[in-house]
Design a protein around this ligand. Structure first.
Ligand SMILES: Cc1ncc(COP(=O)(O)O)c(C=O)c1O
Length: 411
């Protein structure tokens, strides 16, 4: 039903009249042309020149030697863990304050997540807490690092660059090198972001991207894995194409997956990638406008960029301090919803998720507080000035009214 889809605010759904969605795709380049080329030539499935080109172009964009296109970001994480050699019953450190996909991918390979808190300034994995866990919570014996409590082997770390901003990677890389851990970057939300001049996804051993409908660039659904390790890239390609040893005789050398991106999706990806710099500039402009208008509002703290970071501001985030702003984040969320403006809280932290109950975790109090206070505001590449003005007016008015009401109640 048309009306239902248009008001859902789901990634990729067209917005209803007057509704300002959180984050929807921007399609204004060569998408039609390239997709038509696939249809005209009958190259619509999981091989074709656009798949190869999308892999090549994305590898070049982030500075990686190899890229393997897959059906989505979750599949990229799953395969990254497999090629990095993570085994059943291993433990893998992962950010607690993120979407559930990386923690689930750890379970797909039979390993266990260890949830690491966020730092309060940029909301990313706290590198110090990761290091403390590995140095104090684990012991090194016989060439292996084991969790002192569970006795399980720790073999990898997944720093997740959330909301378009990179994690502070140096301390994580140093401790990973010390103990021989693989670093798998979840850069699904941060294509184009940089850490000290290096692209997110290219800092560790392997990087994963998503082209879901709400991401910076989209293929409807899609993902990519990048690495400089030729053997890993080859293995990833093999596993994502059903591990065919002999495609004519249907001989398979491993349990593979049907994870390849189609040529039609890749065609869209190629067109989207051509405009990525414009999209990033738009996201940064939107974030700067929010920051300028909101940082003077009592109780609001817009998410900003670390001195060592280049953020793509995939989402513009803001912290809401109830005591100063006049109402809590979820009340503001509801007030915005009533004004046909879609905002969203962050995710339930992984260590609180019922599906990962009992998983080891560092102290995660910062992530819990961020989850209570943070909201993402409308951040589509195509957000117009007048739409953003409407969002800002709503946020300013709702807070001012709440503070006035609070004051008059107290008086
Ligand atoms: C941090 C994070 N990791 C992984 C994913 C999974 O990507 P996909 O939806 O393409 O499977 C997403 C979002 O969709 C995400 O936000």
């Amino acid at each position: 039903m048309k009306g239902e889809a248009s008001t859902s605010g789901e990634p990729g759904a067209p917005p209803a009249d007057g509704f300002i969605p959180l984050c929807v795709p921007e399609i204004r380049g060569n998408e039609w042309k390239y997709v038509k080329e696939c249809l005209d030539t009958n190259w619509v499935s999981s091989v074709g020149s656009f798949v190869d080109r999308f892999e090549r172009d994305l590898a070049a964009r982030v500075g990686a030697q190899h890229a393997v296109a897959v059906v989505n970001g979750t599949a990229a994480l799953h395969v990254a863990l497999l090629v990095a050699g993570v085994r059943p019953d291993d433990e893998v450190l992962v950010s607690t304050l993120t979407f559930i996909a990386p923690a689930n991918a750890i379970r797909y390979v039979g390993a266990w997540p260890v949830f690491v808190d966020a730092e309060p300034d940029y909301w990313q994995m706290d590198p110090q807490k990761a290091v403390d866990f590995l140095e104090r919570g684990c012991r090194w014996a016989n060439g292996e690092l084991r969790n002192r409590v569970t006795q399980r082997r720790v073999t990898a770390i997944i720093p997740v660059h959330i909301l378009g901003h990179p994690v502070d990677m140096d301390p994580i890389l140093a401790v990973a090198r010390k103990y021989g851990l693989s670093v798998i970057e979840d850069a699904t939300e941060s294509l184009g972001a940089q850490y000290k001049g290096r692209c997110a996804g290219r800092i560790g051993d392997i990087g994963c991207f998503s082209f879901n409908g709400n991401k910076l660039i989209t293929t409807g659904g899609g993902g990519m894995l990048v690495t400089d390790n030729a053997a890993w890239a080859q293995r990833a390609k093999y596993l994502t194409t059903q591990a065919k040893d002999n495609p004519v005789e249907f001989v398979h050398g491993a349990i593979g997956f049907n994870y390849r991106l189609t040529n039609v999706q890749a065609a869209m990806g190629c067109a989207q990638l051509e405009l990525i710099d414009e999209y990033i500039a738009a996201k940064r402009r939107i974030a700067a406008t929010y920051a300028e208008a909101l940082h003077a509002v009592p109780g609001l703290t817009p998410l900003c960029e670390a001195p060592w970071a280049f953020s793509i501001y995939w989402m513009s985030g803001v912290l809401v301090d109830e005591r100063q702003y006049g109402m809590e984040s979820r009340d503001l969320l509801r007030r915005l919803e009533a004004a046909k403006i879609q905002a969203r809280p962050l995710w339930q932290p992984g260590h609180l998720s019922p599906v990962h109950r009992g998983a080891p975790a560092t102290d995660c109090t910062v992530a819990e507080q961020l989850q209570q206070q943070a909201l993402s505001l409308p951040s589509s590449v195509g957000l117009t000035e007048s739409q953003q003005l409407r969002v800002l007016r709503a946020v300013l008015t709702v807070g001012a009214d709440a503070r006035r009401a609070g004051t008059s109640c107290k008086a």
